[in-house]
Design a protein around this ligand. Structure first.
Ligand code: ADP
Ligand code: MG
Length: 182
């Protein structure tokens, strides 16, 4: 049993995953686990894709690299995909969503190549990440939140922080919840 929950924060690039994860980590003391950073630092890839300007991820290596950290609990996992994480690792999946024009502006500001920008906009319009989360996890642990404004982000962080507190109440450390039934 973990003392703290593991939360996956996912969504199309540019929706605000990293910003949310950093705020959450600062507020809750849970650890921001940037999968992009781990892929880079621990060589969990098969090389660099020039066209897409991103690493070609080796999923087996990535799961090995994450296993110990995730087993300890308390991870806020920041990645633009979620289906590779085993269900037993994950207590909550937050799918961030954003309006198309806002996402366009954010990805343009990042100087994404045109093809990558268009594919990510299409992915957001077609609910690809939400669908992936819903197909991979129990519906009760998947939550969709909008991230168009800083006000929305503040409210999301409040909600997730409250969820973590409730999770800890519902999952007390061994021994504290002994109701004599076993
Ligand atoms: P991701 O990690 O999903 O790619 P980031 O957290 O890097 O996204 O955010 C992309 C850009 O959008 C950053 O410049 C960030 O400041 C901005 N941003 C993210 N979420 C919001 C929000 N809810 N309101 C306003 N700006 C945001
Ligand atoms: Mg990011």
């Amino acid at each position: 049993m973990r003392a703290n929950p593991n939360i996956v924060v996912t969504g199309t690039p540019g929706v605000g995953k990293t910003t949310h994860c950093e705020m959450l980590a600062e507020r809750t003391g849970l650890r921001h686990v940037s999968v992009n950073q781990i892929v880079k630092d621990k060589d969990c890839h098969e090389g660099w894709d020039e066209e897409y300007q991103s690493w070609i991820v080796d999923e087996d290596k990535l799961l090995d690299a994450l296993e110990d950290e995730v087993a300890a609990g308390g991870c806020i996992i920041d990645w633009h995909a979620c289906e590779i994480f085993p269900e037993r690792w994950v207590d909550l999946v937050v799918v961030l969503r954003v309006n198309t024009s806002t996402l366009y502006d954010r990805l343009k500001a990042r100087k994404y190549p045109e093809k990558k920008l268009q594919e990510n906009l299409d992915s957001e319009i077609m609910d690809v990440l939400l669908q992936e989360a819903q197909d991979s996890y129990d519906e009760n642990i998947v939550v969709e939140l909008t991230s168009n404004t800083t006000e929305e982000m503040d409210s999301n962080v409040d909600r997730i922080e409250a969820w973590i507190k409730q999770w800890k109440k519902d999952n007390p450390p061994d021994g504290d919840n002994d109701d004599g039934s076993d």
